[in-house]
Design a protein around this ligand. Structure first.
Ligand SMILES: *[C@@H]1O[C@H](CO)[C@@H](O)[C@H](O)[C@H]1NC(C)=O
Length: 132
């Protein structure tokens, strides 16, 4: 009994380590409506809030990223202005647009609505973890 509990605890620990390791660090900024026309043909907004994002080259994958969903979590400040910009929890965004490099300001350019779920928009740019 004891040994089995110990093994279950170890499995639970490894599982949580694995999910942490899978999240990739990046940055997020936001843009404001209108969100169309957008670069992903045939991907339509779903849900009441436009929880969408534009992808930089590292994500864009030559357009294959269109329609993919990413879970984005704020991890900290990326500017001098606001030291504690993060809000609790994460947001799932669907990729509908392309944020071309050079010039794309972040890994993800989120809709203002999506950014506001995870961070104070006054911060304009935050550090994030993301996973597919
Ligand atoms: C992303 O999420 C939307 C809304 O839930 C869903 O309609 C869509 O099929 C998802 N895309 C993928 C690639 O799973």
């Amino acid at each position: 009994m004891e040994a089995r509990m110990r093994i279950l605890k170890i499995i639970a620990m490894l599982a949580s380590l694995a999910s942490v390791a899978y999240a990739v660090p990046g940055t997020a900024t936001f843009y404001t409506p209108p969100y169309s026309p957008n670069a992903c043909i045939g991907v339509h907004l779903s849900g009441t809030l436009p929880l969408i994002a534009a992808a930089s080259n590292v994500i864009w994958d030559n357009g294959a990223a269109c329609g993919r969903n990413y879970t984005v979590t704020c991890t900290g400040t990326n500017n001098q202005g606001i030291s504690q910009p993060c809000r609790a929890g994460s947001v799932v965004v669907q990729l509908i647009d392309y944020c071309p490099d050079p010039g794309c300001p972040a890994t993800f350019d989120l809709s203002q609505e999506a950014f506001a779920v995870i961070a104070d928009p006054n911060a304009r740019k935050v550090n994030i973890d993301y996973e597919r």
